[in-house]
Design a protein around this ligand. Sequence first.
Ligand code: FES
Length: 164
Amino acid sequence: MTPESLKIELQARVAHAVTPREAAVDVMKRLQAHYGWLTDEAVGETAELLGLSHLQVEELATFYEMIYRRPVGKRVIHVCDSISCWAMGGEPLMAHLAQHLGIAPGETTPDGLFTLLPCCCLGNCGEAPTMMIGERQYGRLDRETAGRILEAERESLLSATKEG
Ligand code: FES
């Protein structure tokens, strides 16, 4: 998508919102998808589109866990560390994922495929422990299932890279 057509798409989203702030997360997520993370340039574009200051956009961006102000891998793995998931094995799950990927929480794999991050409740407490990869949520995880999911994600990313 060209920068111009992206701008037109985002202007339309803002125009349909009751207030520009209502469209803020949508706009930031769309720009994030375009750039790979919310770059300084994307913050500036968001500010311009919404009629907000850069600082106001920064405040919004840093409030939402799914908005990344630093470069991330192609897929971000969010592992819930809130109470239900913690009680159901969230900590060992995170340790297993970190070991499987060869990185610590907060880091990105050297091949740029995955970033591993802890996060607050994903609203899937009844199926704890939970993680989210991209837009997809996975619950009732154990080490084997989580490992299989990671490998399936890796396969799909690698085949998409080959096709692209
Ligand atoms: S505590 Fe993990 S999804 Fe709610």
